[in-house]
Design a protein around this ligand. Structure first.
Ligand code: SF4
Length: 349
Protein backbone atom coordinates (compact mmCIF):
# COMPACT_ATOMS: atom_id res chain seq x y z
CA UNK A 1 0.00 0.00 0.00
CA UNK A 2 2.93 2.33 0.78
CA UNK A 3 4.04 1.88 -2.85
CA UNK A 4 0.88 3.73 -3.85
CA UNK A 5 2.13 7.09 -2.49
CA UNK A 6 4.57 7.86 -5.35
CA UNK A 7 2.00 6.48 -7.79
CA UNK A 8 -0.62 8.94 -6.51
CA UNK A 9 1.76 11.84 -7.13
CA UNK A 10 2.40 10.34 -10.58
CA UNK A 11 -1.32 10.22 -11.44
CA UNK A 12 -1.75 13.88 -10.47
CA UNK A 13 1.21 14.92 -12.63
CA UNK A 14 -0.04 12.78 -15.49
CA UNK A 15 -3.55 14.25 -15.29
CA UNK A 16 -2.54 17.88 -14.91
CA UNK A 17 0.55 18.08 -17.16
CA UNK A 18 0.64 14.84 -19.20
CA UNK A 19 3.93 14.14 -17.43
CA UNK A 20 5.29 10.66 -16.71
CA UNK A 21 3.92 7.34 -17.92
CA UNK A 22 2.00 5.72 -15.06
CA UNK A 23 -0.03 2.58 -15.62
CA UNK A 24 -3.46 2.37 -13.94
CA UNK A 25 -3.82 1.13 -10.35
CA UNK A 26 -7.49 0.19 -10.69
CA UNK A 27 -8.77 -2.03 -13.50
CA UNK A 28 -12.37 -3.06 -14.09
CA UNK A 29 -12.59 -6.22 -16.15
CA UNK A 30 -15.95 -7.06 -17.68
CA UNK A 31 -15.38 -10.76 -18.20
CA UNK A 32 -18.73 -11.45 -19.88
CA UNK A 33 -21.90 -9.84 -21.20
CA UNK A 34 -23.86 -12.99 -20.38
CA UNK A 35 -26.65 -12.45 -17.85
CA UNK A 36 -29.95 -14.15 -17.04
CA UNK A 37 -31.59 -11.12 -15.36
CA UNK A 38 -33.84 -8.47 -16.92
CA UNK A 39 -33.04 -5.62 -14.54
CA UNK A 40 -34.98 -2.39 -14.97
CA UNK A 41 -31.76 -0.38 -14.64
CA UNK A 42 -29.53 -2.34 -17.02
CA UNK A 43 -30.03 -3.82 -20.49
CA UNK A 44 -27.21 -6.36 -20.56
CA UNK A 45 -29.52 -9.33 -19.86
CA UNK A 46 -32.14 -8.15 -22.40
CA UNK A 47 -29.50 -7.63 -25.06
CA UNK A 48 -27.97 -11.03 -24.40
CA UNK A 49 -31.39 -12.70 -24.69
CA UNK A 50 -31.87 -11.10 -28.11
CA UNK A 51 -28.25 -11.72 -29.20
CA UNK A 52 -26.82 -14.86 -27.54
CA UNK A 53 -23.86 -14.63 -29.91
CA UNK A 54 -22.61 -11.84 -27.60
CA UNK A 55 -21.09 -14.62 -25.49
CA UNK A 56 -18.77 -15.72 -28.28
CA UNK A 57 -15.14 -14.76 -28.59
CA UNK A 58 -14.64 -13.46 -25.05
CA UNK A 59 -11.05 -13.12 -23.86
CA UNK A 60 -9.69 -16.38 -22.43
CA UNK A 61 -7.96 -16.79 -19.06
CA UNK A 62 -4.67 -17.11 -20.89
CA UNK A 63 -5.27 -13.83 -22.72
CA UNK A 64 -6.04 -12.04 -19.45
CA UNK A 65 -2.73 -13.37 -18.12
CA UNK A 66 -0.89 -11.84 -21.08
CA UNK A 67 -2.61 -8.47 -20.68
CA UNK A 68 -1.97 -8.24 -16.95
CA UNK A 69 1.64 -9.35 -17.20
CA UNK A 70 2.13 -6.15 -19.21
CA UNK A 71 0.60 -4.09 -16.44
CA UNK A 72 2.86 -5.12 -13.56
CA UNK A 73 1.40 -4.71 -10.07
CA UNK A 74 -2.18 -3.47 -10.02
CA UNK A 75 -3.67 -2.38 -6.72
CA UNK A 76 -7.36 -3.16 -7.23
CA UNK A 77 -9.23 -5.24 -9.81
CA UNK A 78 -13.00 -5.45 -10.20
CA UNK A 79 -14.18 -8.52 -12.09
CA UNK A 80 -17.69 -7.88 -13.32
CA UNK A 81 -20.21 -8.66 -16.07
CA UNK A 82 -22.98 -9.39 -17.08
CA UNK A 83 -22.92 -12.04 -14.41
CA UNK A 84 -19.26 -12.95 -13.85
CA UNK A 85 -20.06 -16.24 -12.11
CA UNK A 86 -21.68 -17.48 -15.33
CA UNK A 87 -18.18 -17.86 -16.73
CA UNK A 88 -17.25 -21.52 -16.28
CA UNK A 89 -13.57 -20.62 -16.16
CA UNK A 90 -13.93 -17.67 -13.76
CA UNK A 91 -11.42 -19.17 -11.29
CA UNK A 92 -8.86 -19.57 -14.08
CA UNK A 93 -9.45 -15.98 -15.24
CA UNK A 94 -8.96 -14.61 -11.73
CA UNK A 95 -5.97 -16.85 -10.97
CA UNK A 96 -4.22 -15.83 -14.20
CA UNK A 97 -4.82 -12.15 -13.42
CA UNK A 98 -3.51 -12.68 -9.89
CA UNK A 99 -0.36 -14.54 -10.97
CA UNK A 100 0.43 -11.86 -13.54
CA UNK A 101 -0.14 -8.75 -11.46
CA UNK A 102 -0.74 -9.58 -7.77
CA UNK A 103 -3.62 -7.18 -7.01
CA UNK A 104 -4.12 -6.44 -3.33
CA UNK A 105 -7.94 -6.23 -3.63
CA UNK A 106 -10.46 -7.84 -5.89
CA UNK A 107 -14.16 -6.99 -6.02
CA UNK A 108 -16.66 -9.38 -7.55
CA UNK A 109 -20.21 -8.07 -7.98
CA UNK A 110 -22.90 -10.71 -8.54
CA UNK A 111 -26.66 -11.05 -8.90
CA UNK A 112 -26.42 -14.02 -6.52
CA UNK A 113 -28.39 -16.41 -8.69
CA UNK A 114 -26.09 -19.47 -8.55
CA UNK A 115 -25.23 -19.97 -4.85
CA UNK A 116 -23.25 -23.22 -5.19
CA UNK A 117 -21.11 -21.93 -8.06
CA UNK A 118 -20.50 -18.60 -6.32
CA UNK A 119 -19.41 -20.20 -3.04
CA UNK A 120 -17.27 -22.84 -4.70
CA UNK A 121 -15.57 -20.34 -7.07
CA UNK A 122 -14.87 -17.89 -4.23
CA UNK A 123 -13.42 -20.66 -2.08
CA UNK A 124 -11.09 -21.70 -4.91
CA UNK A 125 -10.14 -18.09 -5.65
CA UNK A 126 -9.16 -17.57 -2.00
CA UNK A 127 -7.08 -20.77 -2.15
CA UNK A 128 -5.31 -19.85 -5.37
CA UNK A 129 -4.74 -16.16 -4.68
CA UNK A 130 -3.17 -16.25 -1.26
CA UNK A 131 -2.17 -12.60 -0.91
CA UNK A 132 -5.41 -11.06 -2.16
CA UNK A 133 -8.43 -9.70 -0.28
CA UNK A 134 -11.73 -10.49 -1.93
CA UNK A 135 -14.98 -8.56 -1.65
CA UNK A 136 -18.09 -10.23 -3.11
CA UNK A 137 -20.88 -7.70 -3.59
CA UNK A 138 -24.42 -9.06 -3.85
CA UNK A 139 -26.76 -6.78 -5.79
CA UNK A 140 -29.97 -6.19 -3.85
CA UNK A 141 -32.55 -3.67 -5.05
CA UNK A 142 -35.57 -4.43 -2.86
CA UNK A 143 -36.93 -6.77 -0.22
CA UNK A 144 -38.58 -9.99 -1.39
CA UNK A 145 -40.97 -9.52 -4.33
CA UNK A 146 -39.85 -5.92 -4.97
CA UNK A 147 -36.32 -7.20 -5.57
CA UNK A 148 -37.60 -9.89 -7.97
CA UNK A 149 -39.64 -7.30 -9.86
CA UNK A 150 -36.83 -4.76 -10.24
CA UNK A 151 -34.31 -7.42 -11.19
CA UNK A 152 -36.76 -9.06 -13.60
CA UNK A 153 -36.27 -12.57 -12.26
CA UNK A 154 -38.65 -14.61 -10.08
CA UNK A 155 -36.96 -16.25 -7.11
CA UNK A 156 -33.89 -14.01 -7.34
CA UNK A 157 -34.30 -12.66 -3.78
CA UNK A 158 -34.39 -16.19 -2.35
CA UNK A 159 -31.32 -17.20 -4.39
CA UNK A 160 -29.46 -14.09 -3.24
CA UNK A 161 -30.08 -15.04 0.39
CA UNK A 162 -28.83 -18.56 -0.33
CA UNK A 163 -25.68 -17.13 -1.88
CA UNK A 164 -25.17 -14.88 1.12
CA UNK A 165 -25.45 -17.85 3.53
CA UNK A 166 -23.16 -20.01 1.38
CA UNK A 167 -20.52 -17.27 1.34
CA UNK A 168 -20.83 -16.79 5.11
CA UNK A 169 -19.87 -20.45 5.54
CA UNK A 170 -16.47 -19.66 3.98
CA UNK A 171 -14.72 -18.65 7.10
CA UNK A 172 -11.76 -16.70 5.67
CA UNK A 173 -10.51 -13.39 7.05
CA UNK A 174 -9.56 -12.22 3.50
CA UNK A 175 -13.19 -12.46 2.37
CA UNK A 176 -15.68 -9.63 2.87
CA UNK A 177 -19.30 -9.89 1.83
CA UNK A 178 -20.99 -6.74 0.69
CA UNK A 179 -24.42 -5.68 -0.47
CA UNK A 180 -24.82 -3.18 -3.29
CA UNK A 181 -28.10 -1.38 -4.01
CA UNK A 182 -28.89 0.73 -7.05
CA UNK A 183 -31.21 3.58 -6.03
CA UNK A 184 -33.57 4.12 -8.96
CA UNK A 185 -37.01 5.60 -9.45
CA UNK A 186 -38.30 2.05 -8.92
CA UNK A 187 -37.07 1.68 -5.32
CA UNK A 188 -36.22 5.16 -4.00
CA UNK A 189 -39.38 5.10 -1.87
CA UNK A 190 -38.37 1.77 -0.32
CA UNK A 191 -34.89 2.70 0.83
CA UNK A 192 -35.88 2.73 4.54
CA UNK A 193 -37.14 -0.82 4.24
CA UNK A 194 -34.07 -1.94 2.27
CA UNK A 195 -31.66 -0.32 4.78
CA UNK A 196 -33.52 -1.89 7.71
CA UNK A 197 -33.38 -5.32 6.09
CA UNK A 198 -29.71 -5.12 5.12
CA UNK A 199 -28.52 -3.73 8.44
CA UNK A 200 -30.99 -5.48 10.74
CA UNK A 201 -31.11 -8.95 9.17
CA UNK A 202 -28.37 -9.57 6.63
CA UNK A 203 -25.62 -7.63 8.42
CA UNK A 204 -23.05 -7.72 5.59
CA UNK A 205 -19.49 -6.48 6.06
CA UNK A 206 -20.22 -3.57 3.75
CA UNK A 207 -23.31 -1.93 2.28
CA UNK A 208 -23.18 0.60 -0.52
CA UNK A 209 -25.83 2.24 -2.65
CA UNK A 210 -25.24 3.88 -6.01
CA UNK A 211 -27.68 6.02 -7.95
CA UNK A 212 -28.94 4.61 -11.26
CA UNK A 213 -27.51 6.38 -14.26
CA UNK A 214 -27.16 6.05 -18.00
CA UNK A 215 -23.96 4.26 -18.90
CA UNK A 216 -22.58 2.90 -22.15
CA UNK A 217 -21.41 -0.30 -20.54
CA UNK A 218 -24.96 -1.07 -19.29
CA UNK A 219 -26.50 -0.27 -22.71
CA UNK A 220 -29.11 1.90 -21.00
CA UNK A 221 -28.16 5.35 -22.37
CA UNK A 222 -31.75 6.26 -23.27
CA UNK A 223 -33.63 4.77 -20.31
CA UNK A 224 -35.49 6.81 -17.74
CA UNK A 225 -34.69 5.35 -14.33
CA UNK A 226 -33.04 8.11 -12.32
CA UNK A 227 -34.85 8.95 -9.04
CA UNK A 228 -35.94 12.60 -8.82
CA UNK A 229 -34.71 13.10 -5.29
CA UNK A 230 -32.38 10.70 -3.51
CA UNK A 231 -30.89 12.88 -0.79
CA UNK A 232 -33.10 11.46 1.98
CA UNK A 233 -31.96 7.98 0.98
CA UNK A 234 -28.28 9.04 1.07
CA UNK A 235 -28.72 10.63 4.51
CA UNK A 236 -30.26 7.44 5.80
CA UNK A 237 -27.37 5.43 4.39
CA UNK A 238 -24.78 7.64 6.08
CA UNK A 239 -26.51 7.92 9.44
CA UNK A 240 -27.17 4.27 10.01
CA UNK A 241 -23.76 2.98 9.04
CA UNK A 242 -22.25 0.40 11.36
CA UNK A 243 -18.76 0.78 12.79
CA UNK A 244 -16.55 -1.84 11.14
CA UNK A 245 -13.51 -3.24 12.95
CA UNK A 246 -11.22 -4.42 10.11
CA UNK A 247 -8.91 -1.73 8.64
CA UNK A 248 -9.93 -2.23 4.98
CA UNK A 249 -13.59 -1.96 5.97
CA UNK A 250 -12.92 1.21 8.02
CA UNK A 251 -11.28 2.75 4.92
CA UNK A 252 -14.17 1.60 2.75
CA UNK A 253 -16.64 3.20 5.16
CA UNK A 254 -14.75 6.51 5.08
CA UNK A 255 -14.57 6.42 1.29
CA UNK A 256 -18.25 5.47 1.03
CA UNK A 257 -19.38 8.40 3.14
CA UNK A 258 -17.20 10.76 1.12
CA UNK A 259 -18.86 9.30 -2.00
CA UNK A 260 -22.36 9.93 -0.57
CA UNK A 261 -21.43 13.49 0.32
CA UNK A 262 -20.27 14.14 -3.23
CA UNK A 263 -23.50 12.67 -4.62
CA UNK A 264 -25.62 14.72 -2.22
CA UNK A 265 -23.77 17.91 -3.14
CA UNK A 266 -24.54 17.35 -6.85
CA UNK A 267 -21.12 18.84 -7.64
CA UNK A 268 -19.03 17.61 -10.54
CA UNK A 269 -15.74 16.01 -9.50
CA UNK A 270 -12.16 15.84 -10.68
CA UNK A 271 -12.05 12.37 -12.15
CA UNK A 272 -9.05 10.10 -12.68
CA UNK A 273 -10.74 7.69 -15.10
CA UNK A 274 -8.30 7.16 -17.95
CA UNK A 275 -5.38 8.24 -15.74
CA UNK A 276 -5.47 5.94 -12.70
CA UNK A 277 -8.18 3.51 -13.83
CA UNK A 278 -9.27 1.69 -16.96
CA UNK A 279 -11.80 -0.89 -18.14
CA UNK A 280 -11.31 -3.99 -20.24
CA UNK A 281 -14.41 -5.19 -22.10
CA UNK A 282 -15.22 -8.89 -22.77
CA UNK A 283 -13.72 -9.08 -26.26
CA UNK A 284 -10.63 -7.05 -25.41
CA UNK A 285 -11.63 -3.44 -26.07
CA UNK A 286 -9.80 -1.10 -23.73
CA UNK A 287 -11.94 1.78 -22.41
CA UNK A 288 -10.42 4.67 -20.51
CA UNK A 289 -13.65 5.23 -18.55
CA UNK A 290 -16.26 2.65 -17.54
CA UNK A 291 -19.08 5.18 -17.79
CA UNK A 292 -18.40 6.83 -21.14
CA UNK A 293 -17.76 4.84 -24.27
CA UNK A 294 -14.08 5.64 -24.58
CA UNK A 295 -12.54 2.72 -26.46
CA UNK A 296 -8.95 3.37 -27.47
CA UNK A 297 -8.44 0.08 -29.29
CA UNK A 298 -8.55 -3.67 -28.91
CA UNK A 299 -5.97 -5.49 -26.80
CA UNK A 300 -6.06 -8.58 -28.99
CA UNK A 301 -5.28 -6.47 -32.04
CA UNK A 302 -2.47 -4.81 -30.07
CA UNK A 303 -0.90 -8.18 -29.25
CA UNK A 304 -2.08 -7.80 -25.60
CA UNK A 305 0.26 -4.86 -25.20
CA UNK A 306 -1.61 -2.67 -22.72
CA UNK A 307 1.04 0.07 -22.81
CA UNK A 308 0.75 0.46 -26.57
CA UNK A 309 -2.93 1.41 -26.29
CA UNK A 310 -2.70 3.24 -22.95
CA UNK A 311 -0.04 5.64 -24.24
CA UNK A 312 -1.34 5.83 -27.83
CA UNK A 313 -2.06 9.17 -29.51
CA UNK A 314 -5.77 8.34 -29.43
CA UNK A 315 -5.69 7.77 -25.66
CA UNK A 316 -3.73 10.98 -25.06
CA UNK A 317 -6.23 12.94 -27.10
CA UNK A 318 -9.28 11.34 -25.40
CA UNK A 319 -7.88 12.26 -22.00
CA UNK A 320 -8.47 15.94 -22.78
CA UNK A 321 -12.20 15.21 -22.84
CA UNK A 322 -12.01 13.03 -19.72
CA UNK A 323 -10.37 15.86 -17.76
CA UNK A 324 -13.57 17.91 -17.91
CA UNK A 325 -15.45 17.81 -14.57
CA UNK A 326 -17.69 14.75 -14.39
CA UNK A 327 -20.91 14.06 -12.52
CA UNK A 328 -20.94 10.27 -12.73
CA UNK A 329 -22.30 8.26 -9.82
CA UNK A 330 -20.11 5.20 -9.97
CA UNK A 331 -18.67 4.28 -6.57
CA UNK A 332 -15.66 2.55 -8.07
CA UNK A 333 -14.68 5.76 -9.92
CA UNK A 334 -15.16 7.85 -6.78
CA UNK A 335 -12.94 5.53 -4.75
CA UNK A 336 -10.17 5.93 -7.31
CA UNK A 337 -10.64 9.70 -7.22
CA UNK A 338 -10.37 9.64 -3.43
CA UNK A 339 -7.21 7.57 -3.63
CA UNK A 340 -5.74 10.26 -5.89
CA UNK A 341 -7.12 13.15 -3.77
CA UNK A 342 -6.79 11.67 -0.25
CA UNK A 343 -7.31 15.08 1.40
CA UNK A 344 -10.98 14.80 0.47
CA UNK A 345 -11.31 12.18 3.21
CA UNK A 346 -10.58 14.89 5.78
CA UNK A 347 -13.91 16.47 4.94
CA UNK A 348 -15.83 13.33 5.94
CA UNK A 349 -17.72 13.63 9.19
S1 SF4 B 1 -27.56 -5.27 -13.56
FE1 SF4 B 1 -26.36 -7.13 -13.49
S2 SF4 B 1 -27.90 -8.71 -13.11
FE2 SF4 B 1 -29.01 -6.97 -13.89
S3 SF4 B 1 -29.13 -7.28 -16.11
FE3 SF4 B 1 -27.32 -5.98 -15.70
S4 SF4 B 1 -25.66 -7.41 -15.60
FE4 SF4 B 1 -27.53 -8.61 -15.33
Amino acid sequence: MIGLIPKIAGYNLFREFGAGRPLPANITVTVTDVCNFMCKTCNIGKLYLAHPEMAKNELTADEYGKIFSNLGNVFWVTVTGGEPFFRRDLVDVVSDIYRASRPMFMTLPTNGYVPKKIASDVERILDECEGMRVMVNLSLDGVEKEHDEIRGMDGSFKRLLESYSALRMLDDSRLSIGVNTVISKFNVGMMDEICAFVRGELKPDSFIAEVAENRSNLYNENDDMRPKDYNAALKNLMLQDRNPKKLPLILIKLARNAFYRTLASGKAHRCFAGFASACIMPKGDLWLSCVKNSAVGNLRDADYDFRRLWFSKKAMSMRKELKKPCGCMLANAHYTNLMCNPFQLLSVR
